[in-house]
Write a protein that binds this ligand. Structure first.
Ligand SMILES: CC(C)(COP(=O)(O)OP(=O)(O)OC[C@H]1O[C@@H](n2cnc3c(N)ncnc32)[C@H](O)[C@@H]1OP(=O)(O)O)[C@@H](O)C(=O)NCCC(=O)NCCS
Length: 173
């Protein structure tokens, strides 16, 4: 049984231990999502505290996938944009724990993120992901358009530069 939820800031803080586990597992599994190895769950806590604060202000929509009362996947929409682009959202940090992959969680999270973004008047979503990653192969399956590649954009968590691929998706408000 998979449940997808949009979290309040208080709910985000209450499940921060699970969120730390998911992020640390993804970084240690080789995902280029902002952090370098070695990366433990304690390292992830300040990041999730910041996300909860951002949820509190309404700047971030935080969604989670729950299996048996445990958060095993998550995604965010950055909803606060400059005054000339209120219709845009930034899709961020689609993360599924390695133990829960291949069950359709990413698809469910992305569909829910789109619905929540659309409910807030967003008509365009943008994301970037490490070129050559598992995630890069998934977004076109979910209806995202590939824009192109920026070379040497970030680093793999074990070191070494990686390119990033930019995607966008128009959604119905
Ligand atoms: C990318 C990630 C979120 C996918 O999570 P998941 O829950 O296993 O994905 P799903 O099971 O929902 O699969 C979604 C779709 O992608 C396909 N897919 C899944 N893994 C794939 C892979 N490695 N290569 C190609 N396609 C893949 C699935 O078949 C499915 O397609 P379908 O619904 O049309 O059948 C997960 O691998 C992950 O957390 N990776 C590390 C973090 C990361 O890189 N995040 C991206 C940051 S931008």
């Amino acid at each position: 049984m998979i449940d997808i939820h949009l979290l309040s800031a208080a709910e985000a803080r209450a499940v921060s231990a699970d969120l730390c586990e998911v992020l640390a597992d993804c970084v240690n599994g080789g995902a280029s999502v902002g952090f370098m190895q070695p990366y433990g769950t304690a390292d992830a806590l300040p990041y999730w505290q910041g996300v909860a604060d951002s949820v509190e202000t309404g700047a971030t929509l935080l969604l989670v996938a729950v299996i048996e009362a445990k958060v095993v996947g998550t995604v965010q929409v950055g909803a606060a944009q400059m005054p000339n682009q209120p219709h845009r959202g930034d899709l961020k940090k689609l993360l599924v724990h390695r133990s829960a992959r291949g069950k359709g969680l990413a698809r469910l999270l992305m569909e829910a993120a789109e619905r929540e973004a659309a409910r807030r008047g967003k008509t365009l979503l943008v994301l970037d992901t490490a070129t050559g990653s598992d995630a890069e192969a998934i977004y076109p399956r979910l209806g995202w358009e590939r824009v192109g590649v920026i070379p040497d954009y970030a680093m793999w968590p074990q070191g070494g530069l990686c390119d990033t691929t930019v995607f966008y998706k128009r959604i119905a408000a």
